[in-house]
Write a protein that binds this ligand. Structure first.
Ligand code: GRF
Length: 242
C-alpha cells in the first residue's frame, strides 16, 4: 500500500514550571511540515508553566492535571491522563520536561508510543533526580569529555527505555553546568524533531533494547502498519485496544 499515513496526533506532557523549548521546537516542526503531525494537546501539572503559555500562543489545546490532587492515588492520576489522551485520539506522547514518573498504567496503554528527551548520553546520568542542571553538574564532576542528549522510548522506569537518537556534545574545559546545558539544548531540539519525524514516518522499529531506524523505502505506510512498526516491544506485553 502506498497511501500517505494521516498526520500523527501528538500530545506533549510537561511538568512544574517547564519553559517548553522542546515543545516549541515540536510545534514549529509540525507547523513547517518537517513532522507529518500535529500537536493536539499539551498536558501540564501547573497552569502557570511557561510551556503552557507557549502552547496557548500557538493555539494548541492545553489541559492541567495536578498530581497533587491525586496524592496516593496513582490510578486516579493515570485515569485522568488517559481520559484526556484518549479523547484527543493521541498517537504519540512526547515527554518534554516532564520530570515525574509516568504512571505504569499510561505506559502500558501507550507502550511503544511514548518518547522522552533527556539532556545526557543515557544510560549515563539518568534516573530519579537527574534533571536540569543536576545532570550537567554530574557530568562535569565525572570528568567526562563528552555529553549530549538522548531521545528514547519510555518504559516503567526513569530514563531506561530503548534509545532512538543520541547526539554527542563536547564538554569544554571552562564549562559550567549552565554553559553545557545551553550548548546541549539546541541539539535536544534537533534530536527530538528528528525522532518524532521518524516515528511519524513509521521508520522506528523497537527490537529488544535497540531501536532500528528503517530506510525510507521500508517505512510503514498505513496508520495500522505504523503502530505495528513502532510496537515491536517484547518488554511490554499488554497493548491498549483502541
Ligand atoms: C530538557 O533539558 C529536557 O532534556 C529535559 O527537560 C528539559 C526541558 O526543557 N527532559 P524545555 O522545557 O523543553 O525547555
Amino acid at each position: 500500500m502506498s497511501a500517505t499515513p494521516s498526520p500523527l496526533s501528538i500530545a506533549v506532557l510537561v511538568s512544574g514550571t517547564g519553559r517548553g523549548s522542546n515543545l516549541g521546537a515540536l510545534i514549529d516542526a509540525c507547523a513547517h511540515g518537517e513532522i507529518h503531525g500535529k500537536i493536539v494537546l499539551v498536558i501540564g501539572t501547573r497552569r502557570d508553566a511557561p510551556a503552557l503559555e507557549r502552547a496557548d500562543a500557538a493555539g494548541v489545546p492545553v489541559a492541567v492535571v495536578s498530581p497533587r490532587q491525586y496524592a496516593d492515588d496513582e490510578e486516579g492520576y493515570a485515569n485522568a491522563l488517559l481520559r484526556l489522551l484518549d479523547r484527543s485520539q493521541v498517537d504519540l506522547i512526547c515527554l518534554a520536561g516532564y520530570l515525574r514518573k509516568l504512571p505504569a498504567k499510561v505506559v502500558t496503554a501507550y507502550a511503544g508510543r511514548i518518547l522522552n528527551i533527556h539532556p545526557s548520553l543515557l544510560p549515563l546520568f539518568g534516573g530519579q533526580g537527574m534533571y536540569g542542571l543536576h545532570v550537567h553538574q554530574a557530568v562535569l564532576e565525572s570528568g567526562m569529555k563528552v555529553s549530549g542528549c538522548t531521545v528514547h522510548f519510555v518504559d516503567e522506569h526513569y530514563d531506561t527505555g530503548p534509545i532512538v537518537i543520541q547526539t554527542p556534545v563536547p564538554v569544554l574545559d571552562n564549562d559550567t553546568p549552565e554553559t553545557l546545558a545551553a550548548r546541549i539544548l539546541p541539539e535536544e531540539h534537533r534530536a527530538y524533531v528528528r525522532a518524532v519525524q521518524l516515528f511519524a514516518a513509521g521508520r522506528l522499529r523497537i527490537d529488544g533494547r535497540r531501536v532500528r531506524i528503517l530506510p525510507e523505502t521500508q517505512a510503514a505506510q498505513s496508520a495500522d502498519e505504523l503502530e505495528i512498526a513502532a510496537y515491536q516491544e517484547p518488554t511490554v506485553s499488554e497493548r491498549r485496544k483502541p
